[in-house]
Design a protein around this ligand. Structure first.
Ligand SMILES: [Fe+2]
Length: 300
């Protein structure tokens, strides 16, 4: 097409001269040319909001480059075990918003929370009552309960994938170990019951040595997470529940850095004296017990 004919085209003429005022409309118009309707919707909203954001803050060129540099470094330090992009999504509440939109469960079902950046796939399978904290520092803790449906019926052979900090507040990716650390996959028994031996998790700071920490440290926003154990519970025919159990009384319950705390997920960690533990072991030191029943909602 020559310059002369392109000027006669109404579309070309409309986009021939770009101004600060018409730029957003021109970009939106061009990005409507997408066959996939969902991608078209997403890109339209993205452009509208990105342009709205930029028009609101009016960044200097230096600020724009600073943002690009921050995003670049955030991607560069992410890998299969460290996920700084998810952490950014977490601390801005986006992860919890996406989670809420996708898990509008009925009242009574165990609510979900974010997965967070520390889940590692393919945890070791551990038999009922087994210890997922072998060799890890911390106070012994037993988590027991049942997996049930909304009518109270037991859900047997549900898969419970657990991960948490050790007693010093560190996850596997922060331990520099090639062996699985503080994680395991358990299964409920036919009566829906499960029993896990672990250690008491403690409150911890989100990683502050990366780009998210760099950002948070320039604010007064809390970088702490209250003590919790992560669970992903799934069984055929039911909605998967990825969630946490939080320790009641923790000082950070009201200021969780990733907005994950829901009332139904706060549980008592009850101190027990030495003696027979829920898995039949005889404990020679004090330990803790947590009891929680996971209630699964049927898949649609
Ligand atoms: Fe966590």
């Amino acid at each position: 097409m020559t310059a002369a004919t392109s000027l006669k085209s109404p579309a070309a003429a409309a986009t021939r001269y770009v101004t600060e005022q018409n730029l957003t409309d021109i970009v939106l118009n061009r990005w409507q040319d997408i066959p996939d309707p969902r991608l078209r919707e997403v890109m339209g909203a993205l452009i509208r909001h990105l342009h709205g954001f930029v028009r609101e803050i009016e960044p200097t060129n230096a600020e724009w480059f600073q943002a690009i540099d921050w995003l670049t470094r955030t991607g560069q330090i992410s890998d299969s075990k460290r996920q700084e992009m998810i952490l950014f999504s977490d601390v801005t509440g986006v992860s919890m918003l996406v989670d809420a939109i996708n898990h509008r469960f009925k009242d009574g079902a165990t609510p979900t929370t974010v997965e967070g950046p520390f889940h590692v796939a393919d945890a070791p399978h551990i038999s009922d009552g087994g210890n997922m904290a072998k060799g890890a520092p911390g106070i012994p803790c037993f988590v027991t309960g049942t997996v049930r449906d909304m009518s109270g019926n037991p859900v047997g052979n549900a898969m419970l994938d657990l991960w948490q900090t050790d007693g010093e507040g560190l996850y596997e990716s922060q331990r520099n170990t090639d062996e699985p650390w503080m994680r395991g996959i358990f299964h409920s028994k036919a009566d829906g019951s499960y029993c896990v031996r672990t250690v008491v998790p403690i409150a911890y700071t989100i990683p502050m040595d990366g780009t998210v920490g760099e950002l948070v440290s320039r604010t007064n926003v809390s970088h702490m997470r209250p003590a919790h154990i992560h669970f992903a519970v799934e069984a055929p025919g039911y909605r998967k529940v990825t969630t946490h159990l939080f320790r009641d009384g923790d000082e950070y319950l009201d200021s969780d850095a990733v907005y994950g705390v829901k009332k139904a997920l706060i549980v008592d960690f009850i101190e027990k004296q030495p003696g027979k533990a829920p898995n039949g072991e005889t404990m020679s030191e004090p330990y803790y017990e947590v009891r929680y029943d996971f209630i699964l909602q049927k898949a649609d």
